[in-house]
Design a binder for this molecule. Structure first.
Ligand code: NAI
Ligand code: MG
Length: 360
């Protein structure tokens, strides 16, 4: 097979939710869609085995495969560790060395869970949008930065800084996604008050004019975008924005649809020799030590992260859709892990029961 996948289950509920993804991979395998899967340690599990949260061999493997699928890292057991070997350092190293500059956060509403949304049902029903956040530059990284003394008071400084090439590459990632989806891209900045916003708008427009004339491009000020996202989110398909605005807008969009146990994500880097982007897929949630080892975790966020891998790393959009439909169906049938029960008080299903129901 020419489809390679590195699985890093990690800590806490990471291995529990990943076990359900393995069932799905096996299911595809028996139907002629094989993946070359290798599995390795990350986070606290890697620290316990090797004294480092990410072994060099694992890092090298991650650079070679088509896609990395990660569960979650961390847990109270590791809170006492030195910063340099903390579990999250393993994840940060992966993101940094793979140079994953485009963070993809979908907001997708499963009708059976529409009551979970903070918005009215008709506003979120059928919602399926994607926010692309620039992840490696902007105000969180720009120089100069720091807290300095000026005269008789201190001043805190951060610098919003974007180069044309940084904007160009994240714009291309977003245009490529729009092509695989509904063909529409909305770019958000504040070109009315920020120089970096003016450059952002120019570069995104130029990339679109030159290489993506088939994608419908629009621009919006990010503050207006926040309003529109809560007023009528279905007007959007793909949104691309910078690191800071993307941080806020992706958290906002996540809550349009509900529970942490449902939210997948992807981080993409530059295209490799085979044309596929470097890619890391992971649920948004963490290792949930409060429920780890009890079979209570919702595996859907991790399963939907794998669906994203199918669509964006392996060009298997139909199979991704099929998997998402299977998730939709079990939810419509009323299956709920404990986190999806709210106040209803019905009987929750276990992690494995949810996974089995999705596979069959
Ligand atoms: P968390 O996301 O692990 O848990 C927050 C709450 O949501 C908990 O009550 C948990 O039980 C629940 N929850 C999370 N995922 C769930 C799922 N799939 N099914 C059902 N319930 C779920 O965040 P928290 O508690 O702040 O952090 C716990 C540990 O995870 C820490 O060590 C933290 O550093 C780490 N973490 C790791 C992340 C990663 O690996 N990307 C991201 C966030 C936190
Ligand atoms: Mg955030």
């Amino acid at each position: 097979t020419n489809r390679s996948l590195l699985i890093l289950p990690g800590d806490g509920i990471g291995p529990e939710v990943m076990a359900e993804v393995r069932k799905i991979i096996d299911w595809f395998g028996t139907r002629g869609l094989a993946f070359h899967v290798s599995e390795d340690l990350v986070g606290g599990a890697a620290y316990d085995a090797h004294g480092t949260p990410l072994h060099d061999d694992t890092m090298a493997k991650a650079q070679e495969v088509d896609a990395v699928l990660l569960g979650a890292v961390g847990g109270p057991k590791y809170d006492v560790l030195d910063f340099s070997v903390k579990p999250e350092r393993g994840l940060l190293r992966l993101r940094k060395e793979m140079d994953l500059f485009a963070n993809l956060r979908p907001a997708q509403c499963f009708d059976a869970l529409a009551d979970f949304s903070s918005l009215k049902k008709e506003v979120v029903s059928g919602l399926d949008i994607m926010i692309v956040r620039e992840l490696t530059s902007g105000v969180y990284f720009g120089e100069p930065r720091g807290i300095h003394v000026e005269g008789n008071e201190r001043v805190g400084i951060n610098t919003q800084r974007y180069t044309e090439s940084e904007i160009d590459r994240v714009a291309r990632a977003a245009f490529d996604l729009a092509r695989k989806r509904d063909g529409r891209l909305c770019s958000m900045e504040k070109a009315n008050v920020m120089e970096s916003g003016i450059l952002w708008r120019e570069v995104v427009q130029a990339v679109g004019d030159k290489d993506y004339p088939d994608v419908e491009l629009s621009h919006m000020y990010a503050d207006a975008g926040a309003m529109q996202l809560t007023r009528w989110p279905k007007q959007f398909d793909v949104i691309v924005t910078d690191n800071l605005f993307g941080d806020l807008l992706s958290d906002l969009a996540a809550m349009l649809t509900g529970s942490l146990g449902m939210l997948p994500s992807a981080s993409l880097g530059a295209p490799m020799e085979n044309g596929r982007p470097k890619a890391l897929y992971e649920p948004v949630h963490g290792s949930a030590p409060d429920i780890a080892g009890q079979g209570k975790a919702n595996p859907i966020a991790c399963i939907l992260s794998f669906a994203m891998a199918l669509r964006y790393s392996f060009d298997l959009g139909a199979e991704a859709g099929r998997l998402e439909k299977a998730v939709e169906d079990v939810l419509a049938d009323g299956l709920r892990t404990a986190d999806l029960l709210g106040k209803e008080g019905a009987t929750p299903v276990s992690t494995a029961e949810m996974g089995d129901a999705i596979v069959t």
